[in-house]
Design a protein around this ligand. Structure first.
Ligand code: FAD
Length: 437
């Protein structure tokens, strides 16, 4: 057997899949052995997770979860087989840097010549009392299932008369919280239309610690999102930090003032009382993420705040040979804005492609590729066929934004799957999630 270089990619997320696809496209077939490792056999298209969590089905039926989840998941072995890559389903437990082996939970170690770390991120609870124990999250398909099930249970109790008003509190007014608040409202409205619920039977609150929603985006988009949520009847609390998530309640406090700011300038209306308690049959936390806990087992230095691995624009680990970190696991600072590259699927894909090209180049004595800090398009769905989108410097609000959202989904599926399969997958998702619209 000739000595074929072994590339092991940890994580079948946006970054890992992009790295595997790029290697398949740039390296001659049979010239490299690529193995992708993930604890799940599904690649998850997270931008549609909110749809899976709120998909409207009249009554929970056997197979409902499978159907709703199928719009956001892609089978990894099937996806990467045509690229000549192997898949190992297991949990990464560490890396033996001396022996150059990846250590797995229940399988033999895998030897590598090149390793790509793309293990993503997990929810950050920031030590807020009761949050980890009581809150629902939206980071995985399992989270989407749990969230949907809880809403259905509350609805069921409401129909039986054992539940009064349903109080749902979402913490975190970034894209995930805003999308979820809007889509959950439309989901509950379907029940009003069917005569199972009255408008006064539920309340959805969105709690954000900053003075505006979607703080990373242009203030005009924040204002548009706030206006849309108010129209839908979502109760938005700004400048309000979650202090505690307890049994059937959430405690909010005014956020800490910034230098030069007075408490009077804060937008929340409970400054004098110092805190406020709101009813919560269900708290959903979308307020922060941090690097995957698996990174702590890799024997590498993590940044104190986000628990990620700091790298430069080639994504190479500084003190390890032929090792790279991409996506949400990587902390890359933009030297101009002095801000980290955002936790985005688009960034992870771009980074996976760069590392795929670098490995291909190193195999043939070529040069490393580098990140050039592009500006990514923005799409924030806001319930039904309505979204905010910023593409090529132009802003689209409403149905046109929703069309761009659909095109962005199709474009991603086309980038990883053959044409017919991508089109079927996209159409299938569009059909099953149309129930709320
Ligand atoms: C609800 C939601 C909506 C989003 N919407 C958007 C959007 O619209 N646009 C956008 O650009 N970004 C969006 N994002 C962000 C985007 O999902 C992430 O930035 C992106 O997934 C990062 O890609 P990644 O490859 O680094 O990690 P991931 O895609 O998270 O993949 C990491 C992989 O590692 C695996 N893994 C983790 N730990 C282990 C372990 N110990 N062993 C084995 N496998 C492991 C996981 O199973 C996973 O498959 C959204 C995120 C969420 C949660």
């Amino acid at each position: 057997m000739p000595n074929i270089p072994r590339v092991v990619i940890l994580g079948a997320g946006f970054g890992g899949i992009a790295a595997a696809r790029t290697l398949a496209a740039t390296v001659r077939s049979g010239a490299v052995n690529v193995t992708v490792v993930d604890r799940h056999a599904s690649h998850v298209f997270t931008p549609l997770l909110y749809e899976a969590a709120t998909g409207f089905v009249e009554h929970q039926q056997l197979g409902t979860s499978k159907l709703l989840d199928s719009g956001v998941t892609v089978d990894v072995p099937e996806l990467i087989r045509p690229w000549g890559a192997d898949f190992v389903q297991s949990s990464v437990e560490g890396i033996d840097w001396e022996k150059r082996q990846v250590l797995l939970h229940d399988k033999e170690p895998i030897a590598f010549d090149y390793v790509v770390i793309g293990l993503g991120a997990e929810v950050n609870y920031f030590g807020i009392a009761g949050l980890q124990e009581n809150a629902y999250t939206l980071k995985s398909v399992r989270d989407a299932d749990r969230l949907r099930q809880r809403v259905h249970d509350l609805l069921h109790k409401r129909e039986e008369g054992t539940q009064k008003r349903m109080e749902i509190v979402i913490g975190g007014g970034g894209p995930t919280g805003v999308e979820l608040a809007a889509e959950l409202t439309l989901f509950l409205r379907q029940h009003i239309v069917k005569g199972h619920l009255n408008p006064e039977d539920y309340n959805i609150s969105l709690v954000e610690a900053q003075p505006r929603l979607l703080g990373a985006l242009n203030p005009k988009l924040s204002a548009a999102a706030l206006s849309r949520l108010k129209t839908l009847g979502v109760h938005v609390y700004l400048d309000s930090a979650m202090k505690e998530a307890g049994y059937q309640k959430a405690v909010l406090v005014p956020r800490a003032c910034k230098p030069g700011e007075t408490a009077d300038q804060l937008l929340c209306d409970f400054k004098k009382e110092g805190q406020m308690e709101i009813a919560a049959d269900m708290v959903i936390w979308t307020g922060g993420i941090r690097g995957s806990a698996a990174l702590e087992k890799l024997g590498v230095v993590l940044d104190a705040r986000g628990k990620r691995i700091e790298v430069g624009p080639t994504f190479a680990l500084p003190d390890k040979k032929n090792a790279f970190v991409i996506g949400d696991s990587a902390l890359l600072m933009n030297p101009v804005t002095k801000q980290p590259v955002p936790w985005l699927a688009q960034a992870a894909v771009h980074e996976g492609e760069i590392v795929g090209r670098t490995i291909a180049a190193r195999l043939s004595g070529g040069k490393d590729s580098s990140y050039v800090f592009p500006t990514f398009p923005v799409v924030v769905p806001l319930g039904g066929k309505y979204a905010l989108a910023v593409v090529g410097g132009m802003t689209f609000v409403g149905f046109s934004g929703w069309v761009l959202k659909e095109l962005a989904t199709l474009r991603y599926f086309l980038s990883i799957m053959p044409f017919g399969l991508a089109l079927r997958k996209w159409w299938h998702g569009a059909l099953i999630y149309a129930g709320n619209d």
